[in-house]
Design a protein around this ligand. Structure first.
Ligand SMILES: [Zn+2]
Length: 158
């Protein structure tokens, strides 16, 4: 297991739609372990998606307040209720923006062995899962910001 370099905003892999995983093999398990190692290599890292380490596959990992795991080919069901909270991204160091997300999610997918997994999450963990699942579609958290904030983001990150 290897701590991988985090890809930063501007790199094309973060804007591409990741491919579904079809082989639950040793390579996939090694990817999951790299994601977990890279996530745990820094403080305050609650989640990571494979495109963030340059791998265009639908895999994410999370670790927040004792609830940790990974999801392969996740599908999210979002609750109606939304809340606003500050959000950040490993791929945009130092940027925090208030963002509206669903308060609760049910995420269904598979684990690295191909076994079906369901993760139910509230609050911050629900936010993390939405943020990481977005990465699999090439969507970045700033895409959800009002136009005015996005403009400020683009200015400050340049
Ligand atoms: Zn992110």
């Amino acid at each position: 297991m290897t701590v991988q370099q985090i890809r930063l905003f501007g790199e094309p892999v973060l804007r591409s739609v990741a491919e579904p995983v079809t082989a639950f093999d040793r390579e996939l398990r090694s990817l999951v372990k790299d994601l977990q190692a890279t996530m745990r290599a820094g403080t305050g890292r609650a989640g990571i998606a494979a495109p963030q380490i340059g791998v265009p596959l639908r895999v994410l990992a999370f670790d927040f307040e004792g609830k940790s795991g990974h999801l392969v080919n996740p599908r999210l069901e979002l609750a109606e209720r939304k809340i606003v909270a500050d959000e950040a991204c490993l791929s945009a160091p130092g940027q925090w923006w208030p963002l509206e997300r669903s308060y609760a999610v049910t995420a269904r997918g598979r684990d690295m062995f191909g076994k079906p997994v369901t993760v139910r999450a509230l609050g911050t963990l629900a936010r993390v899962l939405q943020h990481e699942a977005d990465h699999l579609d090439g969507v970045l958290f700033i895409d959800h910001l009002p136009a005015e904030d996005r403009k400020r983001f683009l200015t400050t990150s340049a």
